[in-house]
Design a protein. Structure first.
Length: 202
């Protein structure tokens, strides 16, 4: 088992990802936060510096297996193997289904759902070798309730539930847990689910 607590958070430059970044940075994790842009990486690095946390921001395209593999090589060379993976990166391209383009559908599916397959598969390899790991998938209540104009987004968040439960059964025997945090827009609920996500990494 890797003694260092190394956490990787996708989409960590703003919103929920940034809040989790801060929470883990303050709880003595080495935190690697990712963003699609250099500006986002700068925000992550400033955030880590402001709270005195160890770690770094890094560019990542969750739609690219090559980008994910390159990130993993970087983390292992600089810090060690990832012990906690927080799959937070996601987008929305809202539109009524009758008006939704195939590109709008596919991009949301690829970014919000297929990326979990890529990310989890890449970082599970070392978790299984170490017989320890924590994976948190950030979902949404929209996956349970649905929302007009969000058939693409809601589909990814609903699928996340089945993905999480199935993967959890596959890797439990290796002391790897896979949990889902369903985020809601209301402040108390959101903060509570962020605390739950951090708790699941223990």
């Amino acid at each position: 088992m890797n003694d260092k607590k190394i956490a990787l958070i996708s989409g960590a430059n703003r919103g929920i990802g940034k809040e989790i970044l801060i929470a883990l940075g303050k709880s003595n994790h080495i935190v690697i936060g990712t963003s699609r842009s250099e500006e986002g990486v700068d925000v992550i690095n400033k955030t880590l510096k402001d709270i005195g946390a160890k770690g770094v921001g890094h560019i990542l395209d969750v739609k690219s297996s090559d980008s994910i593999s390159e990130l993993n090589r970087f983390i292992k060379s600089e810090y060690g193997t990832v012990s906690a993976l927080i799959n937070n990166a996601g987008i929305n391209k809202d539109n009524l289904l009758i008006r939704m383009s195939e590109e709008e559908w596919n991009e949301v599916i690829d970014t919000n759902l297929t990326s979990l397959y890529r990310m989890s598969k890449e970082f599970l390899k070392d978790m299984m070798k170490n017989r320890f790991g924590r994976i948190i998938n950030i979902g949404s209540v929209v996956g349970l309730m649905g929302n007009a104009g969000q058939t693409n987004y809601a589909s990814t968040k609903a699928a996340l539930i089945g993905f999480t439960k199935s993967l959890a059964r596959e890797v439990a025997s290796r002391n790897i847990t896979v949990n889902l945090s369903l985020i809601h827009i209301s402040e108390p609920t959101r903060l509570g689910m962020i605390s739950y996500a951090v708790f699941c990494l223990k």
